[in-house]
Each structure stands twice: as C-alpha cells, then as structure tokens.
Ligand binder design. Structure first.
Ligand code: 5BU
Length: 451
C-alpha cells in the first residue's frame, strides 16, 4: 500500500494530474485533467510502474505486450524489457497513409497479446483499439490499465468478456492526494461531487446555422450575409484562362454564387481592365472576389506578392487563400482582405495529415486576419469552412483530385461554402449548372441543420 502511495505522490509531482477547469473532448467541463505522458521522463517511476503492472498480470498468459501511443508506449516498452516478452505497437490511425497495417512489430496470427493502456474512461476507444488489434489476427483477452476514471469503461469491457485489470481508480487517487495534503478538503469535495454526477453524453455535434456562427472578420460577415440573402453557399471556381471567358462566366453564374474564385496567374491576358469589369459584375450581382493564390512564404515575400505583383491582388481581392505553413506572423500582411487558410487539401495523398491539420487550425484561430479554412472535415465553430472537391457527377480526375457530393460535405463536414470548378464551368449550360449546384447546396445545408 505504502509503495503505491509513494509512487502516486511522486507521479503527482511530475504533473500527471492537474486541477482547475478543463474542457474535455466530450465538451464536459472537468475540475481535473489526467495526462500520464510525463511518467516517461522519470526512468525510476517508469520502472516502478512497469513492475506494478507486471505484478497485476502475474497469473495471465500472453505471448506479446501491446502498447498504444503515446502514454502507454513507454510503459509497455518497460514491461517488455523487464519481462523479456516481445513488444508490438498499435499504431494511431494515420489518414492518408499507404499501408493499412495497424500493428507494428513481429507477430504471428493467433498469438495472444496483453494490451497496455494509460487511462480508461467510457471504454469506447479501448474497445476500438482491441477491435483493430484483433483484426490483425491477434487474440486479446487481457488488458492492463493504469487509471480507471470510473465512467463505465471497465464494466463495458468486462461485459464483452475481456479481463480488465486496473492499478488505480480515480477515487483512490483523489483519496491519496487528500490524505497527503496535496488537495484541500474543499477541492476534494468538489472533485468527488463531480465524479458522483451521472456520466454526461458527449455534446451533440449538431452543426450551427450560418447566422449563429461567431465570425468577427467583416469579410466573413459579408459572406454570411450574402449566403442568407441569396440562399446560396456556392463559390464558383473560374479556372479559365482568358479574360473574355471569365467575364462571360461571371455574368452567367453571378446571381447564383456568393463568391467568384480566381487563379489570376493562369489568366493569359490578365489586365486591370479584367478586374474593373469583374468588380462591376460583382457589385451588380452581389458576390465577392476570391483570389485562390495559395500564398506560402515568409511574411515579407507574401506582402510583395500580395501588393506589388502585376496582379495587384491587394487592390481587389475580398478573400485570398494562404497556406499557414509560414507561421502566425506571416499571416499579418494581408490588411483587410479576408484570409482563408488551407489546412487540408482535397487531393489524393496530400501531406496535410491529422497533425498538420490540427496545428494549422490552431494557428488560424489565433490570427484575426483569418475568417475560415479550406478543409475536408469539421472545423471549430468560429471558423467558416470552405470545401473544394465537390461534384454532383464525378468522383475524381486523373491528376489526384477527389470529389464528394454537396449532400456529403454539408452533412458530414458541416461545410459552410462549397467550391465548384469543372462541375460548372465545363457544363454545356453554365448558368443552369450553377443554379443546380446552388439549389442542391442550399437544400443540403438546410437538411444538415436538422440532423
Ligand atoms: P474542380 O474543377 O472543382 O476540381 O476545381 C476545384 C478548385 O478548387 C480548383 O481551382 C483548385 O485549385 C481548388 N482547390 C482544390 O480543388 N482542392 C484543394 O484542396 C484546394 C483548392 Br486548397
């Protein structure tokens, strides 16, 4: 007993549990937060922990030890080194990867493996992990977990026939910290009260209506206003290479769109006159001009490209796209133009994986220039989501583009604005196609509000 207490107090000093106000993934506010990753920084504690876990599974037979990144991986490694039982690693899902293998290491079908995890909460993610390991042909029966947050997970796994062994429950942890004066009576009561509450369901992921989004950038507000007024969330991409084609296209689709997206540097006869013409049409038909420049350099170069190139983007673009790869300060150079960061691309094999996505969204949220992002999945509610790769009839091209339908992007991604290029400008009747996308996009958006 004393050894367990001693271990816990030392682990507490490392910062594995913090008290305060924390919003959990489910949206629930918790008075404490547990993170066992710092344990890897203390070889002594890690060894003690591994020994404790091995003691727990003394009577269990297994051929392999399986660790799950990140927190449990050093624990499983230490258990493997101590017991001489080989280690395998259950990979974290990695979208966009070529190999489908979810478990790394040497193993044979039918071998039994002991699964090591840091924390068990509702048990849902642990069940998914077990399922993925079993799909590789391995047998899972025994699981050893450092901390049980006592939210039903252990029972859930036991009901399914798994043998779950846990080192600590959260109530025990709180009791020990209280006993040794790491927590006051008041704090202890508050946490215990929280733990007594019925387990809350995760906040529903219902999408919020455009008018309820908290968008601060004036261009973002204007875009939302236009969408509601015109009942359109369509941005047409005019990937055409002559001024004449672009002006004609803008005249035909103008009433159905909220923005016309251009790539200025593909226009062979780009001139100030083109911009003058487009500005007139944009004012008359009420849409914004969106330059899909995809800036991706240091701030100084981006500023020169934005203001000094022959395209004079700063003089006319309401919106521009920027890769946030150059860091937060590189986004400061766009003055009052609305910045849409590219946090995920639509094309096959894009390098914008989960890690890049979350860092890029984070950075975008910190910049007052940014009103939204280009992505293929849900964003935080304060960002407008722009989704290209949308087509009613095609699933992709021969150069890596991938398409989804308007229904799918509004329902699954909670897209705010869909970007359509070839689906419209290559249509036999451009105006009818724009109208069709507008109607379908708006209906899909309204339906997605009720899901
Ligand atoms: P399409 O013809 O609908 O495939 O054109 C899509 C447009 O959106 C095109 O101008 C691309 O440059 C742009 N796009 C994209 O397709 N995917 C992305 O991830 C980004 C931009 Br970012």
């Amino acid at each position: 007993m004393q050894q367990r207490e001693d271990f816990l107090l030392k682990a507490y000093e490392l910062g594995i549990i913090k008290f305060g106000k924390f919003t959990l993934k489910s949206g629930v506010e918790s008075p404490f937060y547990v993170d066992l990753r710092p344990l890897a920084s203390s070889p002594q504690l890690l060894k003690t922990l591994a020994n404790n876990l091995l003691d727990l599974v003394e009577d269990v037979d297994y051929d392999l030890i399986c660790g799950v990144p990140y927190a449990a991986l050093p624990m499983a490694t230490t258990m493997s080194l101590t017991s001489n039982i080989p280690l395998i690693i259950k990979r974290k899902e990695n979208k966009g990867y070529g190999t489908k293998r979810m478990v790394e290491g040497v193993f044979e079908e039918g071998q039994s493996c002991l699964l090591v995890e840091d924390v068990i909460t509702s048990g849902q993610s642990l069940l998914e992990t077990v399922d993925q390991v079993e799909r590789e042909g391995l047998k899972v029966h025994d699981l050893v977990v450092v901390l049980d947050r006592e939210q039903g997970g252990v029972d859930k796994l036991r009901e399914q026939g798994y043998n779950v062994m846990t080192l600590f429950t959260i109530n025990e942890v709180i009791d020990i910290l209280h006993k040794f004066h790491r927590l006051s009576d008041e704090e202890t009561k508050q946490i215990k009260d929280f733990l007594q509450q019925p387990i809350e369901q995760p906040v529903s992921k219902q999408r919020i209506a455009l008018e309820d989004k908290k968008i601060h950038h004036p261009v973002g507000k204007r875009l939302v206003e236009l969408a509601i007024k015109k009942q359109s969330n369509l941005i047409a991409s005019a990937d055409l290479i002559t001024s004449e084609e672009i002006v004609s296209f803008a005249n035909k689709v103008g009433e159905h769109i909220v923005a016309l997206k251009l790539h200025s540097d593909i226009i062979q006869d780009f001139s100030d006159q083109l911009i003058t013409d487009l500005k007139i049409i944009a004012r008359e038909k009420e849409f914004l001009l969106f330059e899909d420049r995809k800036f991706g350099d240091i701030g100084n170069t981006q500023e020169l490209q934005f203001k000094k190139s022959i395209y004079k983007i700063a003089d006319w673009a309401d919106l521009v796209t920027v890769h946030p790869i150059g860091g937060l300060e590189s986004l400061k150079v766009f003055d009052n133009t609305g910045v849409v960061t590219i946090v995920e691309m639509s094309s096959k094999g894009t390098l914008t994986d989960d890690y890049y996505f979350s860092k890029a969204v984070n950075l975008s949220e910190q910049s007052s220039n940014v009103l939204g992002c280009v992505a293929q999945r849900q964003l935080p509610e304060n960002m407008l989501l722009f989704t290209p790769g949308v087509s009613i009839s095609s699933t992709g091209d021969s150069k890596g583009q991938q398409y989804n339908t308007p229904e799918l992007v509004f329902k699954n991604y909670h897209t705010d604005f869909m970007i359509v290029g070839r689906g419209i400008y290559k249509a036999a009747d451009v105006k009818t196609a724009a109208k069709e996308y507008q109607t379908l996009g708006w209906i899909s958006y309204l339906q997605s509000l009720n899901n």
